[in-house]
Design a protein. Structure first.
Length: 390
């Protein structure tokens, strides 16, 4: 009896001891940063995405209106600290995973895997997402569960699959012990104190600064697309046409959809008894399955993702089921399943399935157009790169 008591007591002590001791990675170098920070505060967005000028908020309601007027201000040193945090494996419980493990700059911050490997070799249930002008989106993640990057920023750190750092106080203590953080917090926030709020703010500032607006499409739009090939022009016209319908969902400057009544997608609104919008989502069901293993935000609906940089972000869909853009186009012309919540755009008006009618040349043209959305400047910009590299 006594022995058992001591054994249990010992075990409790041992686990308590582990719980407040965060081991810092021994092989993490000091980040190499420029003396003058990059101009992260100059947020450059493509036209058609920049609804409220360059003013961004911490919290939004379903209509996209700011909730408490708390602004997300990006400062050069705040985002610099965010960049270090984004690439630092010390943010995971066992020092093996950083945000960048699943978000690679050269792939527009996706990772090329169907599912990603997180903390302790655990596998994410969904495909890692590219980071495409997230500061302009009010529906983040595949199921739109976060409205702002401030809400999103610490979720991956705490996620038991992704980084395992469920106890954020532990993260604070850990960062306090790493020598390169104190000066960085001082520059970013005018004081050395590490807090959860500041970690979240710095990460949000860095993610918010990640923008793509310098693709060939953006550059050519100024000159009326005169340098587009015939195939690319055909693809662009089809993309915006009733025949292919792409832009009716993947619309606006981000070729994406938002939640709320002001979105060009404008699909599937619902009001509660007091007339308040409860469900006006930039998300829909495109008939990938008859029975969904993952129902997204309900009824097999998933956020309508941005098609910017799509050439770099294979494999595709929430579960990375398609390896190529050809497979995606084949889905829209011959693979759509008649799910009962299938988007009406893929029915004939009497509820019967109607897939897109596109021939091989038209599909090729659409893919050629999608490739003009690739922004190489973003994927090589040093201000988004890994500061821990020698
Ligand atoms: C183990 C892999 C993994 C790690 C580590 C990881 N992510 Fe992600 N990330 C994902 C996956 C998978 C999704 C999609 C999740 C979903 O929709 O449920 C995602 C989604 C996102 C999105 C949403 C993009 C959008 O447009 O909606 C952002 C932003 C993001 N992650 C930032 C981060 C940050 C910041 C960190 C570090 C604090 C991080 N991620 C760490 C895998 C990862
Ligand atoms: C009815 C709305 C709708 C239409 C029309 C539509 N899409 Fe989509 N698209 C979606 C949704 C929703 C997803 C995400 C589905 C999922 O992952 O479950 C998606 C996903 C994609 C993806 C994969 C994105 C990624 O990051 O993995 C590509 C590429 C794509 N669509 C291209 C197109 C093209 C090209 C057209 C026109 C031929 C088109 N879509 C028409 C709603 C639509």
């Amino acid at each position: 009896m006594n022995k058992l008591f001591f054994l249990l007591f010992g075990l409790i002590l041992l686990s308590a001891g582990c719980a407040d001791k965060a081991v810092i990675s021994p092989d993490q170098d000091t980040p190499v940063l420029p003396d003058e920070p990059y101009a992260y505060h100059e947020v450059k967005l493509p036209s058609g995405t920049n609804m409220g000028g360059n003013v961004f908020f911490d919290d939004l309601d379903i209509t996209g209106a700011p909730v408490n007027n708390t602004r997300l201000d990006i400062t050069p040193w705040g985002a610099t600290l965010g960049r270090v945090l984004f690439y630092d494996k010390n943010l995971s419980l066992n020092n093996t995973i950083s945000c960048a493990s699943c978000h690679h700059q050269d792939k527009a911050f996706s990772d090329g895997q169907q599912f990603s490997t997180g903390f302790q070799g655990r596998i994410t249930p969904r495909n890692s997402m590219a980071i495409i002008n997230p500061i302009t989106q009010n529906n983040l993640f595949w199921d739109s569960r976060s409205r702002t990057i401030s809400d999103l920023s610490l979720k991956p750190v705490q996620n038991h699959i992704e980084m395992g750092m469920e106890n954020l106080d532990l993260l604070v203590t850990k960062l306090e012990e790493i020598p390169y953080y104190k000066p960085l917090f001082k520059k970013a926030f005018n004081s050395e104190y590490v807090t959860k709020e500041r970690i979240s703010s710095a990460l949000s500032q860095f993610i918010g600064s990640i923008t793509t607006s310098r693709s060939r499409f953006d550059q050519s739009s100024v000159s009326g697309f005169s340098n587009f090939s015939e195939l690319e022009k055909l693809g662009m016209n089809l993309f915006n046409s009733d025949k292919a319908k792409c832009a009716s969902c993947h619309g606006g400057g981000n070729m994406a959809a938002q939640d709320g009544p002001n979105d060009p997608y404008g699909g599937g609104g619902a009001f509660n008894s007091s007339g308040v919008i409860t469900d006006l989502r930039g998300a829909t069901n495109i008939g990938l399955d008859l029975v969904y293993r993952d129902n997204g935000l309900g009824d097999g609906r998933f956020r309508i993702p941005s098609l910017r940089n799509i050439e770099l972000t294979a494999p595709y869909m929430h579960d990375g089921r398609f390896k190529t853009l050809d497979e995606v186009l084949d889905h829209y012309t011959s693979g759509i399943k008649p799910h009962k919540h299938l988007d009406v755009k893929f029915t004939d008006g009497h509820g019967n399935l109607k897939m897109l009618n596109l021939n091989d040349l038209e599909k090729k043209a659409i893919i050629a157009f999608l490739r003009t959305l690739t922004d190489k400047e973003m994927t090589t910009d040093p201000k988004y790169s890994n500061p821990f590299k020698p």
